[in-house]
Design a protein around this ligand. Sequence first.
Ligand SMILES: [Zn+2]
Length: 284
Amino acid sequence: MDGVRNGILAFGFGLYLSLTANPLNAQELSPKDDPVVQRVAPFQVFDNLYYVGAKWVSAWVLETDQGLILFDSLYGELTDFVTDGMEELGLNPDDIRYVIVTHAHYDHIGGARRIQQDFGAVVIMTGADWNMTDEPAVFQEYRKPIRQLTASDGSSLNLGSTRLHFFETPGHTPGVLSTRFTVYDNGYPHEAFMFGGVGLNFSGVARANMYIDSVQRIQAMEGIEVNIPNHQSSGEVFARYDLLKQRKEGAPHPFVDPDGFTSWLDTLLTKAQAKLSEEQAAAQ
Ligand SMILES: [Zn+2]
């Protein structure tokens, strides 16, 4: 009996340890940061564009004839989604030439150092957001990437026959980087845009005004047909992908939605104007 009792005690103790270890982990890891919660099977959206992001924050891979361009790097354990996802899709992370970081918040920049180190990719950001990496992190700490290329407003990047156009669209951070590029649907080109900083979780009249100017500037751009957001919910990425999977031959591509892009920008502007009023009232 003693032996059995000892066994039960030992087993109970083991169970106690594992039970106490897990709640501690769960406390450290919020659902946003938890890879079990955040895992999404990677998928292809256009001939040259793939989703390798998490549930709440996105990462995209653009394929060129001279290597891959990664938009945003996720963070913490979620960065595994980028590399695992690429391999699942038949892409080689060693082919990542550039990481375009839309802005220097941990959820976009957090994995950049790792991609830089493991795959020799070059990190691109605006000067203003590179400067943020010299300051304490705003929401959550992350490993700082080594400062490499600075994208200035109006500049472009060529990789093989692919060209990206960069715009500095500040507001969400002082140096949000937005990118215009071409995606292909069975060889047919469409103009895509990634607005690099959508959330209104910042403060101050000046920043609200910057944000409004940025949205108005994007509104004035012509010919954009596809919204590629850096948080999937900003462009209903998963809902559109569900439609894409059921798409009938010859039917329009669910991500090609110029009117949807226009009305989304209108909504952002309305919200930003309300935000500006709040900031002005708070400043008085
Ligand atoms: Zn952010």
